[in-house]
Design a protein around this ligand. Structure first.
Ligand code: ATP
Ligand code: MG
Length: 578
């Protein structure tokens, strides 16, 4: 039997801003970043120019690894020079503060230069996931009146040229491939544009409240929403990089998320650069062997990944790890979906380190609740609110009011006191929906949790996924976790389906580990296992084996699709379906 707490003996020398002896204050975080009262707050200046002008200037900001093992580094100084050039190029195209610049390309140097160069001149950057087809591109670019698109020639030819007439706000398309100027009509060539641009500082004065980033949510529960973030969000990114990820300036850091999603932007670009580390960029897609090789050979110190990747590594089994050592690895964290206790222990067994779960959302812009560096870990819990964050568990009262639940271990909605720096400032074009996210000074997350007597939060499920069966409120995660304890199970998705007697009956969809074949005997064994561990009221009544479960492109299980398919209902928005 594993213990319920993993004691941590982290002696990280933390500054006051990172939760040291003095009380936490956002003003102190700002001072550490060199922000002066009333001065410019610009993400690109604070992440790139600040380091370029320091002794850190020649340290690689990014080290990218391609599918063939080739490498390319970009130092802070080079990044400053290139982002100035691209920023000036944008200015020459008439792009200024508040204009929306979309990026649609793989993880290559130009992507990082484009994002940071656009931020430098006060444009609002919206990243698109590279695998998106024309419809999600059209939908997002229309909503935001995208003025510029930075992309590749092949993506442009296949996905954008056919719909360009439907994008009247789109004035400029910049192609990052090495095509030579004028190779495609009505587009600009990246290289030529940069060559022609001045290398003078391109920085435009922005304030903490100026819009910087537009992120669309993952679409797990419905149509993706566009969440708008401001330059001041960098305070959260910097503080949480220290507190929740233990990032230190000389670290080699790998965030596996694509910058098309908020994790890949906040923790693949802004947070690591704010601290001044070297980030690894993997240009290729997930491959278990390659990923372990990167961890090993690039000397990764801190690794931030997702439960879906961890599940895939777990599924691949122990032989994958034979003979591998990760002496450089110091800290591993995860985000995106609940991380069950097995996965935390799997980290201990295979990487020599527990995995630290962190909770946040596109809307929160940065990590809010985490198994922080200095805290003991309770495997299966998402941890405690970070310094500077006030969290509550609430239940709805008459009308729209909320009551704060103080009793430990009571399920309610996770709410945060509004006002942290990376809080989203709007849902694009949906002011009413934005308003509904708040009750007084509380932001309502839509996730159900319980808080134990030690102040640790335990994820129960999304408000939309919760199942009401025979008078019980059941979170799918609890049922899925128990099913995944069984050695045959690789992944589990649990839904409620209408039932005349119980209101809703629980059905589980399971994929099995390699080398395990589905059978009636296994189904019976799993039903019995679930009943034993959960009790008859909470255990699934039905189990279906599947080859794979539907996921968002960022790797989350889409329970709404499992449900729609089971009930023969329309599937709704599938733009983020993997
Ligand atoms: P949409 O809002 O479009 O339905 P989404 O909620 O999946 O999509 P994101 O903002 O990418 O979009 O994801 C945030 C959600 O992911 C959280 O609200 C929560 O439900 C889930 N999540 C993130 N981290 C964790 C975690 N550590 N434990 C449990 N759930 C998590
Ligand atoms: Mg959401």
């Amino acid at each position: 039997m594993r213990p319920t707490v993993i004691r941590q003996s982290h002696g990280a020398a933390l500054s006051p801003a990172a939760g040291g002896a003095t009380p936490f204050a956002w003003e102190q975080v700002g001072r550490e970043l060199g922000i002066t009262p009333g001065g410019t707050v610009n993400i690109a200046q604070l992440t790139v120019d600040r380091h370029a002008a320091s002794a850190r200037g020649d340290q690689p900001a990014f080290r990218s690894v391609n599918a063939d093992g080739g490498r390319r580094s970009l130092t802070y100084r080079e990044l400053a020079r290139l982002t100035d050039r691209f920023g000036n190029a944008l200015k020459s195209l008439g792009v200024g503060k508040g204009d929306c610049v979309f990026v649609l390309c793989g993880r290559r140097c130009e992507l990082y230069v484009a994002v940071l160069g656009a931020l430098k001149v006060g444009a609002v950057v919206s990243p698109l996931f590279p695998a998106f087809g024309p419809e999600p591109i059209r939908n997002r670019m229309t909503q935001a009146n995208g003025k510029v698109l930075v992309t590749t020639a092949s993506a442009y030819r296949r996905k954008v040229a056919p719909i360009r007439a439907e994008l009247p706000a789109l004035q400029h398309v910049v192609l990052v491939d090495d095509l030579g100027a004028g190779a495609m009509p009505e587009t600009h060539d990246w290289e030529a544009l940069l060559q022609a641009a001045a290398e003078a500082p391109a920085l435009v004065a922005t304030s903490a409240d100026d819009p910087a980033l537009l992120h669309f949510t993952s679409g797990t529960t419905g149509m993706p929403k566009g969440a708008l973030h401001v330059h001041g969000a960098i305070l959260t990114h910097y503080a949480t990089a220290r507190l929740a990820l233990d990032l230190r300036p000389d670290d080699v850091f790998w965030c596996t998320a694509d910058p098309g999603w908020v994790t890949g932007m906040s923790y693949g670009i802004v947070a690591p650069l704010a601290v001044g580390v070297t980030s690894i960029v993997d240009e290729a897609e997930f491959d278990a062997v390659r990923w372990l090789s990167i961890l090993e050979s690039e000397g990764v110190n801190v690794w931030y990944t997702a439960p879906t990747a961890i599940r895939m590594l777990m599924k691949a089994g122990p032989p994958l790890f034979a003979g591998r050592r990760f002496p450089a690895l110091r800290f591993v964290a995860s985000v995106g979906e609940p991380l069950n206790a097995q996965a935390v222990w799997w980290g201990v067994d295979t990487l020599g380190l527990p995995i630290h779960d962190t909770w946040w959302q596109t809307e929160t812009g940065g990590i809010m609740v985490a198994n922080a560096v200095t805290d003991d870990i309770k495997p299966g819990s998402m941890g405690r609110p970070l310094p500077g964050i006030v969290a509550r568990v609430v239940r709805q009262r008459a009308g729209e009011t909320r009551e704060v639940i103080e009793t430990p271990d009571t399920v309610g909605e996770l709410a945060l006191e509004a006002g942290w720096p990376s809080m989203f400032r709007a849902y694009l074009g949906q002011p009413e929906r934005y308003g509904k996210c708040f009750a007084g000074k509380l932001y309502l997350s839509g996730d159900l949790v319980r808080r134990d007597a030690d102040g640790y939060y335990w994820f129960v499920g999304r408000r939309d996924d919760v199942i009401k069966s025979a008078g019980h409120l059941i979170g799918p995660f609890e049922v899925e976790s128990v099913l995944m304890e069984h050695p045959a199970v690789a992944e589990a998705g649990v839904i409620g389906k209408p039932d005349a007697l119980a209101g809703e009956a629980i059905k589980a969809f399971l994929t099995l580990r390699r080398d395990v074949a589905p059978s009636e005997a296994l189904r019976m064994e799993l039903l019995a296992h679930a009943r034993r561990r959960l009790g008859a009221a909470v255990a699934p009544k039905e189990i279906a084996f599947a080859e794979c479960l539907p996921h968002t492109r960022s790797g989350k299980i889409m329970r709404r699709l499992l449900k729609a398919r089971e009930l023969g209902l329309p599937e709704g928005d599938s733009s983020t379906l993997e």
